[in-house]
Unconditional design. Structure first.
Length: 397
């Protein structure tokens, strides 16, 4: 009996090399953060052209530590796009701060830079531009807006002390993505990455922080390890491993295991090949769908190199033969997994109720929430899979 074809929305590309890499920490006995994590961090920093890369347990913890290192706390505000995965906003709440949403540009799904200015206040401590689906946000334009904001408040009202607004890149989807010749992760003050199985490079769970600031890097290093003055590896390899480290701050246990580091190191060496393969088939999709009037394909502005964590369509239901949801149901029946791009955070019950936000307050985020559709694009797909996806979408009439 023939097994029905089913194409996953995403699938990790792993094999013998990753399996063999796990032998190193298993047989060395070093299972927690150690030499494999250190090697993974070193290569990640080199590829992303940053001075420091600090591995953590996932991208949400990376965002949390980035905000803590930027000094975000109760009473502060952090600007975030309304269309992103919920963890981008949740991390702000972990610090006792307030997320301030800004609508997105439907051409890129990234934050609408033109709308940032009206969200800035004297309480703004940071902004988290999300490099959604692997396309970098327009950091230069964001910097211009923040510079104008700083100049406007050069002479602050009595009793206030305005500080420079930190840029924290949510690069969860953007390993290997490039913006005007510069890799993601070194475009702002701190970058945050994910190694969830839906990402190009995966360690199962896992995340990475990047920065070019030595002091921030040292702070992040301590924060991820309970606030310890030195890491476990440094202590065990030092002359007096029996002496416990000093703890001068409250930290967290957000470390990555050496098993994850070993797998990540193998995966990272394949990153450029992964992205090149995805780019080839993303271009194929765009060409095949270009004549369908109800499909808007992803845009890559000049000077950008997309990381293609996901290939996300925007469905124009005023022209399409069926609704986005009916389309997703039909493709599911045909053995093709789909998903909405992500969600509009301001429409999720917790945020809508606690911040008194209406869906129409951020209309583009609402549209993206209800009309975006991610189709399979990953490195375990073969030519026949890509052609099958196109064939079935073109059958929708």
């Amino acid at each position: 009996m023939e097994t029905k074809k089913y194409i996953q929305i995403s699938q990790p590309c792993m094999g013998q090399e990753e399996w063999e890499a796990c032998r190193i920490p298993i047989f060395s006995g070093w299972m927690t953060q150690g030499p494999q994590v250190a090697a993974f961090e070193k290569l990640f920093a080199e590829i992303h052209q940053v001075k420091h890369a600090i591995a953590v347990s996932n991208c949400t913890t990376a965002l949390h530590l980035a905000l803590v290192a930027a000094g975000v706390g109760p009473g502060d505000e952090v600007i975030v796009p309304a269309f992103t995965w919920v963890s981008t906003a949740n991390a702000i709440l972990y610090c006792g701060a307030k997320p301030v949403f800004v609508d997105i540009d439907l051409n890129t799904f990234n934050i609408d830079v033109k709308q940032i200015k009206q969200a800035l206040t004297l309480k703004t401590k940071a902004i988290i531009p999300v490099h959604l689906f692997g396309l970098c946000a327009d950091i230069d334009a964001i910097n211009d807006v923040l510079q104008e904001h700083a100049l406007a408040y050069r002479v602050p009202p009595p009793g206030t002390t305005p500080m420079r607004v930190a840029i924290i890149e949510d690069g969860a989807c953007a390993s290997g993505a490039i913006y005007k010749g510069r890799p993601a992760g070194g475009l702002g003050d701190i970058g945050c990455f994910s190694f969830h199985p839906r990402k190009s490079v995966t360690t199962g769970e896992g995340g990475m922080l990047t920065t070019n600031d030595d002091q921030i890097a040292e702070h992040l290093n301590q924060l991820r390890n309970h606030g310890a003055s030195i890491s476990e590896e440094q202590r065990h390899k030092g002359p007096k491993p029996y002496i416990l480290p000093e703890f001068k701050m409250v930290g967290y246990n957000y470390r990555m295991t050496d098993l994850q580091g070993a797998v990540g190191l193998v995966q990272l060496k394949k990153l450029r090949g992964f992205i090149d393969y995805r780019n080839k088939w993303a271009q194929y999709f765009s060409e095949q769908f270009s004549e369908i009037p109800w499909i808007k394909t992803p845009v890559t502005p000049q000077g950008y190199q997309h990381g293609w964590q996901s290939y996300v369509l925007l469905i124009d239901e005023s022209k399409s033969p069926v609704s986005r949801n009916d389309m997703m149901e039909y493709l599911q029946q045909q053995g093709i997994a789909t998903r909405p791009g992500t969600h509009a955070v301001h429409m999720l019950e917790y945020y809508a109720k606690n911040y008194n936000i209406r869906p129409e307050d951020y209309p583009n985020a609402k549209t993206a929430d209800q009309k975006s559709m991610t189709i399979p694009l990953h490195n375990m797909m073969e030519e026949d899979d890509f052609k099958y996806v196109v064939e079935k979408i073109k059958e929708i009439k």
